[in-house]
Design a protein around this ligand. Structure first.
Ligand SMILES: C[S@@+](CC[C@H](N)C(=O)[O-])C[C@H]1O[C@@H](n2cnc3c(N)ncnc32)[C@H](O)[C@@H]1O
Length: 248
């Protein structure tokens, strides 16, 4: 079950518990009760249930803050359409967070320099960024003299439009293609900065499609149960780890 649906069910359950609690409370303390107390209780009950009902424990903060934020929005008379607009924009940027468990965060310049170093002795490199975000890697790699093709694929609508425009302006190619549908055999260096979730399935794809001599690089997320050929720890503030798999 998607986590958002689970979170919603927990909120509904908390509402039922709260309603039953309030029903019995009237025999002890006469109503009315301050609304903010009920809102905090709603958030508190949801937060307590979240971890026990299968959500990652850090979601309890979201579960607590959601009713509180809604209440504050009502108090401040925030127009309801703003919520809808915010939801649509977030969805257009982060649509792959729900489906693929991969949100949008970006490769930094130190990592790009490391990729450049990795291929500095290789000629005619065809580079692919799986889920290219805003297209920064695609543009960067397209400027290297030994890179003949720099391609990115991206399916989240807003990142796609930005990366398409950016690559049209500054170099490289970006396609609105699902990463699972790309033929990896056409590339010498395949780069992924995704999450731990798709790594086992992606490794299957890498092993069945990438050709001997090509290189698969995963930023930060190792392939479970596969020994990388090299691991590079970079000198940036987040101590980025690049897992490098040379395909035999
Ligand atoms: C963590 S971001 C990395 C962005 C970029 N590669 C970078 O390093 O700066 C991962 C990107 O992969 C995209 N993505 C996730 N699943 C995808 C899929 N199945 N097909 C295409 N893109 C996908 C997400 O929308 C997101 O923009």
């Amino acid at each position: 079950m998607p986590k958002v649906i689970r979170a919603l069910i927990i909120q509904l359950l908390a509402l039922v518990i709260l309603a039953v609690g309030v029903y019995f409370l009237q025999f002890v303390v006469s109503p009315p009760y301050p609304i903010w107390v009920l809102v905090v209780a709603q958030g508190g009950i949801s937060a307590l249930l979240s971890c026990k009902m299968g959500l990652p424990c850090w979601w309890r903060w979201i579960q607590f803050l959601m009713p509180v934020a809604l209440y504050v929005a009502v108090l401040l008379q925030v127009p309801s359409w703003l919520g809808l607009v915010a939801f649509i924009v977030l969805w257009l940027v982060f649509s792959n967070a729900g489906k693929e468990r991969v949100p949008l965060y970006l490769t930094n310049n130190t990592t790009r320099q490391a990729l450049k170093t990795l291929i500095k002795r290789t000629k005619d490199v065809r580079f692919l960024d799986l889920g290219c975000g805003l297209g920064g890697n695609v543009v960067f790699m397209s400027h290297l003299v030994n890179v003949t093709r720099s391609v990115g694929v991206e399916t989240a609508p807003i990142p796609f439009v930005i990366s398409k425009f950016f690559s049209w302006l500054r170099g490289g190619e970006v396609y609105a293609t699902d990463l699972w549908k790309v033929d990896l055999s056409e590339f010498d260096l395949v780069y992924a900065f995704l999450s731990s979730e798709p790594m086992p399935k992606l490794w299957e794809k890498v092993r069945s499609e990438m050709t001997s001599g090509s290189v698969f690089v995963s930023n930060s997320f190792a392939v479970p149960d596969a020994e990388p050929s090299e691991v590079w720890e970079l000198g940036d503030s987040r101590k980025t780890l690049l897992y490098i798999y040379r395909i035999e």
